[in-house]
Design a protein around this ligand. Sequence first.
Ligand code: GLA
Length: 645
Amino acid sequence: MPIWYGGDYNPEQWPEEVWQEDVQLMQRAGVNLATVGVFSWAKLEPRPGEYDFEWLDRVLDGLHAGGVRVDLATATASPPPWLSKLHPEMLPVTQDGTTLWPGGRQHYCPSSPVYREHAARLVTALAERYAQHPALELWHVNNEYGCHVPRCYCDVSAEAFRRWLEEKYGTVEELNRAWGTAFWSQRYDSFDEILPPRSAPTFQNPTQVIDFDRFSSGELLECYRSEVAILRRVSPGVPITTNFMGFFKPVDYWAWAPEVDVIADDSYPDPADPDAIEFAAMSRDLMRSLRGGQPWILMEQAPSAVNWRQRNKPKAAGQMRAWSYQAVARGADGILYFQWRQSAAGAEKFHSGMVPHGGTDTRVWREIEALGGELKELSDEVVGTRVPARVAMVFDWDSWWAIEQPASPTAVPYLSGVFAWHRSLQALGVVVDFVQPQSDLSAYGLVLVPSLFVATDAQLESLHEYASSGGRLLVTHQTAILDEDLHVRLGGYLGRLQETLGLWIEEFSPSAGAIGPYAGADVTPEAATVPNVPFEGDIVGGRAEGLHWAEVVRPREAAVLARFAEPGLEGSPAVTRNETGSGAAWYVATLPEPAARAALLRTVLEEAGVETEEVPKGQERVRRGALTFRIDHGDQSVTIDRDGD
Ligand code: GLA
């Protein structure tokens, strides 16, 4: 199998004369996979129930003749105008009651039976027509579920939410208990009274909000499932995917991953953001981890600039290539772009394409063509190989949703902590898998648990088991504060982990003020916008700053390795270590500044038997199969070492 190379191909935007040139140019660039038809519903079904597939037949036949395989989209991401004219009730509604009208894309309520029925009818017709087409390699269901409309608050959604709650809780009494509705006179007498968390005068019921997050992610998954059921029946044996969006908050990809045959990801790091490349590395690690290390496909990236930021910097010469190798090194078996030919009209005409407005005598085209050739050469050594990782980090959507709810101890973006620890591990040359707390963790030398704010008893038991049976566990502040109903774990938080860590938490002591989104979150103490909390101990190389958070930790069996040095907190433990069974568990009650984090990690990794190699900022070193990729994002060079080199 080759490394897949190609992109979204939207021939319906072009006269047919161009199609032939497209195939010739694809051959020149080494394109072997084209994603076809993502936004073609209105052309495929111009009137209700009337299909026009002939143009698509010619597109697929042409690609097949040119040796290009097809990732065929189900075209359900942008319903045609006639559908919402006939059924305006299928349009989505925002939290404050605004209807989102057609004229853009993704204007459908995920719970709408009308939308789902019409989508199912189209998918059936497409599958029947193309199941046997020789160009068909992969089905591409919908597109970027939830990208623009992750949640819908309309009456149809409200009814679906009620049914979902009834299924989950059985009785309204049980819902009242879980939601804690004794607070603020919120008691429900029947399920009929319940609404989605529409705009309200003040803080909404936290459990209602997280249940709506869970429901909304699940409704999108139901849309995906209903299309998949048709494809599996009509087009058996052809793999199915849908494109994810990295760390996308509204959709819990752990729940989705078992239902796609291959993970596909869309990734648009900002070339103007100096932190973007490290954040992208973390996203690639997530994509590889979602299906337990199985190779994934980078389904979309920009050949150069995007057009949807305020300022859209093109990728520098060599940058697209270096970023593509980052994905390959971290487990991708496919490098694809949005889109093949840069549009001449429409909302994305200023988004770069593999064939730019300027044609083929352009830097972007030359880089596209060159990389296609390189990846073809590399295919045999890469495809199907795995990326070994000895360290895992727990990542959890419930915790993400809950920790960022308002009315919390302080506003802390969940990703800021996750990213901070991940980039410190990157700097030590350590590759990280993401896991769920209940995963089988036995293969890892070290498991990091950054701010697992919400945890079930079973998840905590799994982490305890891992540590007690010889693992090395590092848990950070704000972990296991709440259970799955968002009820506080009374008596010192942490639940079962109190025993694992040998301590309990008396009180939170966050710095005043809020910190920014991920890119600003890992700031040096000098640049921090909120006061830091000093702490000291040999384990962190002496005196250090803790970013934005502290806790009053009450050790029982745990050994104290560093202590806060702030008035009011003096002497209170900041870093502890506890032996549990045949393993050990550390607790870190703040986010140490980068140097302190690195010092702590070096010790912990050594104890865990994980090798480190300092990697200078802007560089990466990742092993995949028998290859070691060294990428320098400064001069954009890529070196590939082979075993035995
Ligand atoms: C997303 C979509 C594409 C396109 C690109 C542009 O990834 O899937 O259709 O809009 O963004 O960046």
